[in-house]
Design a protein around this ligand. Structure first.
Ligand SMILES: [Zn+2]
Length: 264
């Protein structure tokens, strides 16, 4: 099979630079996309992740400034590829953080694919991760067709979930065969392209709010993300990504530059 991966903006979120970049500046905010992904070209309708809730009157979601999201955000995102959430057959949740699961109940005709380790960790997270899970979303998922997978698993011919622990205990990426080779949708294992390809000199970039930001160079093979449960696991998983595909074929979870792109 030969698929395409299409990122669809469901909402936007602003976080301190120290979230995407380990030991980064905690006073400067970077605005990124929250994406739902369509894997086009399958007989079944396959979607990855279920987005974020809409912000309350304070403009925040789980303490982060946010825009869009909720049911409207999900419906509008999927409409760009002519899909409705209730038509989706398979929903892969890369992990269970609040910005990846919020509208899961709209996908009520789908099987929901989650790693067993992630399911368990989401119910008993380490204290620093408590605020990033939403117990309401977990109870919604419990009443759906939840498929708990244990390790690397083929979901359809040419589409495989692969475990990448580090950001959370049970994060899974999605390896997808395309006419240009295998792409790896790495989700939040890598928030941005800078985590995959650390800058060797100072770089400037523009976020989704149009803010100009800069990032210091790093000598590391991968630039760690700031939010993780285990950095040793994270590096091991980073090296694992290169056993799946080339560095340039890895897709990060929240990079502002992928809006409107299709892989390949
Ligand atoms: Zn995320």
């Amino acid at each position: 099979m030969s698929y395409k991966i299409i990122p669809l903006v469901q909402s936007r979120i602003a976080a301190p630079l120290g979230v995407p970049f380990y030991l980064g500046d905690m006073r400067t905010l970077v605005t990124s996309g929250v994406y739902i992904w369509h894997i086009a070209g399958a007989d079944e309708k396959i979607v990855v992740d279920a987005g974020m809730e809409a912000p309350g009157s304070n403009g925040l979601v789980h303490g982060f400034p946010a825009m869009g999201g909720g049911e409207i955000g999900t419906r509008e995102a999927l409409a760009k590829v002519g899909l409705k959430p209730e038509e989706v057959d398979t929903l892969i949740l890369t992990h269970l953080h609040f910005d990846h699961v919020a509208t899961v109940d709209l996908f009520h005709n789908a099987r929901i694919i989650v790693q067993k380790k992630e399911w368990e960790f989401a119910h008993y997270p380490t204290p620093h991760m408590k605020g990033t899970y939403d117990q309401t979303a977990l109870s919604k998922i419990e009443n759906m067709d939840l498929v708990l997978v244990n390790g690397d698993t083929e979901i359809a011919k040419g589409i495989k979930v692969v475990t990448l622990p580090g950001h959370t205990k049970g994060l899974q990426g999605v390896a997808v065969d395309t006419e240009k080779g295998t792409y790896l949708l790495a989700s939040d294992h890598f928030y941005t392209y800078f985590n995959i390809m650390p800058p060797r000199q100072n770089v400037e970039f523009t976020d989704l709010a149009g803010a100009k930001l800069s990032l210091a160079p790093s000598p590391l093979p991968f630039l760690p993300i700031g939010l993780h449960v285990d950095l040793t696991d994270w590096f091991e998983s980073s090296y694992k990504t290169l056993t799946i595909t080339k560095r340039t074929m890895i897709i990060p979870g929240h990079d502002p530059s992928i809006v409107g792109k299709t892989f390949p």
